[in-house]
Ligand binder design. Sequence first.
Ligand code: NAD
Ligand code: 89V
Length: 343
Amino acid sequence: MTELHGALIGCGFFAVNQMHGWLDIDGASIVAICDRDPERLRIVGDQFGVAKRYSDAAAMFANESLDFVDIATTVGSHRPLVEMAAAQRVPVICQKPFAPTLADAKAMVKACADAGVPLMVHENFRWQSPIQAVRAVLDRGEIGTPFFGRISFRSAYDVFSGQPYLATGKRFIIEDLGIHILDIARFLLGDVSSLTARTKRVNPAIVGEDVATMLMDHEGGATSVVDCSYATKLATEPFPETLIELDGSDGTIRLAQGYQLTVTGKSGTAVSDVSPPLLSWASRPWHNIQESVLAIQMHWVDCLATAKEPATSGADNLKTFALVEAAYAGAASRQPVRIDDLL
Ligand code: NAD
Ligand code: 89V
């Protein structure tokens, strides 16, 4: 396979996982990196042996011949960087949250579509192997037609020490974490027609909401509850596990803490361990997320090689992003929000 030459923009906390992922993938390598912080550029450049280092993305695009660019900066810079990639006709991966607003996200999708440039949002949670295992049970028809879902992420893990910006934004849990859990709900139960939300801030030391509860109607007829909290102190800290309950016409699926999958269906009850593998560079408890980084990046390489649309393309992600916007609007108004009105 011809090796794709990529560049990474943003060498911060999470980008290290992406760099490890690229090292593990045959068929792609990172040939240049960019960060406006010289210290981060040095740390990541030295750790991964990348000699071509830039403090300015425009200079990198001008000097390098790239097959793709991987944007791992925080949300404020996503739109200018994605539009820069589109203008340079370079296929682009962009971290979540894709944009500050749905209007920005739509403009970014349009810029890439107009330029004929593939665009994937790094929405990796659905690529976690326990979540893929749940999807596989649904696909086998084991529980029939799902009519109810609860997708839940409740924790008191200190995310602020690694990502201090999470404590200072007006928006917190829905924009940063809920976005993943809402995407999983779409992945398992399909697109959403309406959403009702309630939010709270429990931790007085942060600015945004750290608890969110969302009720959704799915177009296929199922109802789901997506509930997220970073204010939930439990006997055994589950971070970063997403717990799932699905009820269908012929059975149920339960993904419980400790990655235990219980399926009760047409052929009885089966319990299995769907723990994610611990990759050589991964560390607990993040290994679940780290494994999904490798999986989504492998998917991107496959999509570029076969001219396939990524599962979490920009266009697909607009439907997840609309749920984020709907949740904030609905929490403020205390009214249900119709998703079609936003798209
Ligand atoms: P960070 O602040 O640690 O790193 C961002 C880096 O980008 C910094 O080094 C900063 O100097 C650099 N940067 C910002 N703007 C730039 C620009 N215009 N040009 C060049 N460099 C620029 O942030 P982080 O915690 O690594 O988060 C990065 C992104 O990853 C966020 O969008 C976050 O939501 C996302 N994230 C995703 C997951 C996941 O599982 N998908 C997990 C954690 C974080
Ligand atoms: O996955 C993420 O986006 C992270 C975290 C798990 C801490 O919410 O920011």
